[in-house]
Design a protein around this ligand. Structure first.
Ligand SMILES: [Zn+2]
Length: 255
C-alpha cells in the first residue's frame, strides 16, 4: 500500500503553495482534488501539469470535480466537470479517477437512472476509456447531497453504469459515519482501487484505533496494494497531519 495525501486540504492556497505545503509535510504521493483549482478553465490543465512537474510530487489518483445533479437540465454541466477532470488526470499522468454518482439523493428513481445513463454511459465512460483512465466510484456519507451511501444505493448506481472495469474508492470516514464499513467491504473488497482515509468528520487518525486496524487487516486480506489517501478536513493543523502521516508510515510497514 502507498501513503498519499489529498491536496484538497490546501484548496485555499495557490497551486504552487498547495504543492509546497504537501512537500513540507514530507509526502511523496498525492491525490489531486479538483477542488484545488478555483475555477475550471480548459487550458489550465497545462498550468497544473507544469506545477506538478516542478514540485517533483507523484500524483497517484485524481478526484473529479463533482456536481450532484438536482434537475436533468444540469446534466451537461456534470458532464463538463467530469470531462475536464479527465483531461486534468491525463495531463498529470494519472490513470485512476475517483468520482461521485453525480446525482442528488433527492431525485426520484427514474430520473436518477436517466441522469446516470446520460452522464456516464453516454459521455464520461467512453471518454475515460479513450484516455485510458480507470474510474472508481466513491461511497458517500449521509451528510452528502449525493446519492450512494450504502450497498443498496451503490448497487443501484452500478446496475446502470457498472461494468467489470468499474472500481470503487472506499471512503472509511463515510462508512464509519454511516456504519457501513463491514457491509461495503464484504461487497466491494475485491474492487477497491483507492482508499480515502480519515476518522469521522474527516478528522485524521493519530492513534491505531481498533476500527482502523480491523479495516487495514481486511484490506490486506483482499490483497489491496493501492493508495491510502489521507483525506482530511480543511482546518486540520499541520502537526495533526504530521502525526497521522507518522502513524500510517508505521502501520503500512506491516502491509
Ligand atoms: Zn472521500
Amino acid at each position: 500500500m502507498k501513503l498519499s495525501l489529498s491536496n484538497g486540504i490546501f484548496s485555499k492556497l495557490s497551486l504552487n503553495g498547495n504543492f509546497a505545503a504537501v512537500k513540507q509535510l514530507g509526502f511523496k504521493n498525492i491525490e489531486f482534488n479538483m477542488k484545488a483549482i478555483k475555477k475550471e478553465h480548459d487550458r489550465d490543465v497545462y498550468r497544473e501539469q507544469r506545477a506538478l512537474a516542478a514540485s517533483g510530487l507523484n500524483c497517484l489518483t485524481l478526484h473529479s470535480a463533482v456536481l450532484h445533479v438536482k434537475d436533468p437540465i444540469e446534466i451537461h454541466q456534470a458532464v463538463y466537470y467530469g470531462k475536464i477532470s479527465l483531461e486534468c488526470a491525463r495531463a498529470l499522468g494519472v490513470s485512476l479517477m475517483t468520482f461521485h454518482s453525480n446525482v442528488s439523493k433527492k431525485l426520484p428513481l427514474n430520473i436518477r437512472e436517466r441522469c446516470l445513463n446520460e452522464i456516464f454511459n453516454d459521455e464520461i465512460k467512453p471518454f475515460a476509456r479513450k484516455l485510458g483512465i480507470k474510474l472508481a466510484l466513491e461511497n458517500l456519507s449521509y451528510t452528502s447531497t449525493g446519492f450512494g451511501k450504502n450497498v443498496s444505493q451503490l448497487e443501484e448506481i452500478l446496475s446502470v453504469i457498472g461494468d467489470k472495469d468499474m472500481g470503487i474508492t472506499f471512503d472509511l470516514c463515510h462508512t464509519l459515519e454511516t456504519k457501513q464499513t463491514d457491509k461495503l467491504m464484504e461487497k466491494y473488497g475485491m474492487r477497491v482501487c483507492n482508499v480515502h482515509m480519515a476518522d469521522k468528520s474527516h478528522v485524521p487518525f493519530t492513534q491505531p484505533k481498533p476500527e482502523l486496524c480491523c479495516f487495514m487487516e481486511k484490506l490486506h486480506s483482499y490483497r489491496y496494494d493501492g493508495p491510502i489517501t489521507l483525506e482530511l478536513h480543511n482546518g486540520t493543523p499541520m502537526e495533526e497531519i504530521a502525526k497521522s502521516k507518522a502513524l500510517f508510515e508505521n502501520l503500512l510497514k506491516k502491509f
